[in-house]
Design a protein around this ligand. Structure first.
Ligand SMILES: [Zn+2]
Length: 236
């Protein structure tokens, strides 16, 4: 009877151990960490592009302002040249050169403005796409975190349930058996007991000697496998 209870205890302990391993491994298997890392990369990328967009918009504004001021300066020059106020030829020539220079500057500036506008447009597009990816990753993370929490909850409740069974069981066990079991369990990775089926030790697959077989039917005797040292139990 005690051996049968010990066997049940071993089964329970192995189940608890298995569940504890699942609890340990669940976060790694859940994919939560991977999604978190992906999300972080996406958010960093987004922040970096957002900064670039901000400075590109600022630069564009400055260039537009500069263009405006070139237009104003040119208009003033033209007014002075053609308004009849200046009649000195040399002075007029100088003014024309300035006007030409301003026109060149304006042309260069206009090219830069077009490039800047194109950059802004592509950054806006990239940010839009990144934003969508980020919200998808956030949804994915939420789902995976929920799944993991549910899974852990389920395992923990199962461990609690088995723990209650274990407590009930150990109360029925004699101290002598329990101590022996715990000692052997430590030595054999939780498998202190081995079932004997067809006269073979379930722990090491070696035949039980005929001398030992007789003792197996005595419920109060503790018989150990001569080969592996596990406590042998013969269940009906
Ligand atoms: Zn054995």
């Amino acid at each position: 009877m005690q051996l049968k209870l010990l066997w049940e205890l071993q089964e329970l302990d192995l189940s608890i151990k298995g569940l504890q391993l699942k609890i340990e491994e669940a976060p790694g298997l859940s994919g939560v960490q991977e999604v978190k890392e992906d999300l972080e990369n996406l958010e960093n990328n987004y922040a970096e592009k957002e900064n670039r967009l901000k400075s590109a918009r600022k630069e564009l504004k400055q260039m537009e302002f500069e263009e405006q001021s070139i237009v104003e300066t040119s208009n003033e020059l033209k007014d002075n040249m053609y308004g009849g106020k200046v009649s000195n030829v040399k002075e007029l020539e100088q003014m024309q050169r300035r006007l030409d220079n301003l026109a060149d500057n304006k042309k260069q500036l206009e090219e830069k403005i077009i490039n800047s506008m194109e950059l802004i447009e592509s950054l806006e597009e990239e940010l839009g796409e990144l934003g969508e990816k980020i919200s998808r990753a956030r949804e994915d993370l939420e789902i995976k975190e929920k799944q993991l929490a549910d899974e852990l909850d389920q395992y923990n409740r199962e461990v609690e349930r088995l723990q209650v069974q274990r407590d009930e069981l150990t109360e029925k066990l004699d101290q002598k058996y329990l101590e022996k079991y715990l000692l052997l369990a430590q030595k054999y990775q939780g498998k202190a007991l081995a079932r004997v089926v067809d006269e073979i030790c379930g722990g090491c697959r070696v035949f039980i000697s005929s001398a030992q077989r007789g003792h197996l039917y005595n419920p109060s005797s503790m018989v150990y496998c001569e080969n592996c040292g596990r406590l042998l139990v013969k269940l009906d």
